[in-house]
Design a protein around this ligand. Structure first.
Ligand code: BDR
Ligand code: CA
Length: 317
C-alpha cells in the first residue's frame, strides 16, 4: 500500500490529481492539507470536500493550512480555475466546512509522517507554504518522508504567471526556496514546461468526460470554465508544443502512483531566484554544479503518456 499526504490549493487540476489517486486501490491518502493559491483557503477546503464526496471518500481527513505566502503575496491565480477554484459551478449539497479537522495542516503533516516514518510520500500541487513551514517546525520532517512530488517551477525562463515564474513557485518564492534547499529526500518535479510537452489531445478529453459516471459529470461541470481558458487564443499562442489538454497537477501525482510512468528524468541541483525584476520565483537549474549542492532533484523529462491516460480514465470511472 502506498501512503500519501497531498497538499493542494484545490483548483480543477488539483481535483483531477486527487481523483486519480482516490481511484487507485493500493493508494491510501492519510490526509489532505489545504493551502492558499488558486482560490481562498476556505474555498480550497470546500473544493476538497466536494471531490471527496463525489469519490465517496469523505472519511479522509482534511486540514486547513496557510492562508498566505510566507513573505508577500505578489501574484494572483486570476480567474483561470474560476473564482471558487472549481469553475464557479457550485453544488448546493456540498459538504460543510465543519468536516475540516481542528488540527492545523502543518502539525498534521508532521504528526502523520512521525507516525509512519519512511513510508509517506508527500505530493504538493500548490504554493509550497505549508511544506516549507513543516521543515521549519520540524527540521527532521524531510528525512522521515519517502519522497516529495512537486508540480511547480520551470527549467527555462518560461513562466505562466509572471514573465519567468510558474504559479506555484511564484506565489510563494521563499517557500519554494526553503523546500528545494532544505528537503533532503528524493524529490521529483513536474515543471511547467514538462507539462506543456506532455499534453493529451483534446479528443482524449472528450472521451474522458463522456464516461457515464457521477465523477465524469462532476468533472464536466467544474472543468467547463478552465477548458475555455485553455482553448482561448492567448493560451493557444502562448503554450509550447501545440494544442492539447494539460492537467498540471496530475503529472506529479501519477509519478508517485505508477512506478512505470517515469521514463526519463534529469538529476540536477536546483534553487529558486528570490530577487530580480522579472525572475523572482523562477526555478534555477544548476547545469554545471556551480552551486556545489550535494542534494539534487529528479526533474521529469519523459513519461509514459499511455499509462498517464489510463490513470486519468480510471479517475472518473
Ligand atoms: C499550477 O498552478 C495552479 O493554478 C495549478 O493548479 C497548478 O498547480 C500550474 O502552474
Ligand atoms: Ca494546484
Amino acid at each position: 500500500m502506498k501512503k500519501l499526504l497531498v497538499d493542494v490549493d484545490c483548483g480543477v487540476d488539483d481535483a483531477q490529481a486527487l481523483m486519480m489517486a482516490l481511484a487507485v486501490p493500493d493508494v491510501q491518502i492519510l490526509g489532505i492539507t489545504c493551502v492558499h493559491g488558486n482560490t481562498s483557503l476556505e474555498n480550497v477546503c470546500k473544493n476538497v470536500l466536494r471531490v471527496l464526496k463525489v469519490c465517496k471518500h469523505l472519511e479522509i481527513p482534511v486540514y486547513r493550512g496557510a492562508t498566505k505566502a510566507l513573505l508577500e503575496q505578489t501574484v494572483s491565480a486570476g480567474d483561470f480555475h474560476g473564482k471558487d477554484g472549481l469553475g464557479d459551478a457550485p453544488d448546493p449539497q456540498a459538504p460543510g466546512l465543519e468536516l475540516v479537522q481542528k488540527e492545523g495542516a502543518v502539525s498534521a503533516m508532521i504528526r502523520i509522517v512521525d507516525e509512519n516514518p519512511g513510508e509517506v510520500s508527500l505530493v504538493a500541487t500548490a504554493p509550497l507554504t505549508n511544506v516549507a513551514l513543516a521543515v521549519k517546525l520540524d527540521p527532521s520532517f524531510p528525512k522521515k518522508l519517502k519522497g516529495l512530488y512537486i508540480m511547480g517551477g520551470n527549467t527555462d525562463s518560461r513562466g505562466n504567471t509572471t514573465v519567468c515564474g510558474e504559479y506555484n513557485f511564484a506565489a510563494d518564492p521563499e517557500a519554494a526556496y526553503i523546500v528545494l534547499n532544505e528537503f533532503i529526500c528524493p524529490i521529483y518535479i513536474a515543471t511547467w514546461e514538462f507539462t506543456c510537452h506532455s499534453k493529451l489531445p483534446w479528443e482524449f478529453c472528450d472521451g474522458w468526460l463522456a464516461q457515464d459516471t457521477d465523477k465524469a459529470r462532476f468533472m464536466k461541470q467544474i472543468f467547463k470554465h478552465s477548458m475555455k481558458s485553455s482553448q482561448s487564443e492567448r493560451i493557444e499562442k502562448e503554450l509550447v508544443a501545440g494544442q492539447g489538454f494539460i492537467s498540471c497537477d496530475s503529472y506529479a501525482m501519477a509519478a508517485v502512483i505508477d512506478d512505470k510512468y517515469i521514463v526519463e528524468t534529469e538529476h540536477r541541483a536546483v534553487t529558486v531566484e528570490l530577487a530580480g525584476n522579472h525572475c523572482r520565483g523562477m526555478m534555477v537549474v544548476d547545469h554545471l554544479d556551480l552551486l556545489k549542492k550535494t542534494h539534487k532533484v529528479y526533474i521529469l523529462k519523459k513519461v509514459d503518456l499511455e499509462r498517464f491516460k489510463d490513470l486519468m480514465m480510471n479517475a472518473l470511472k
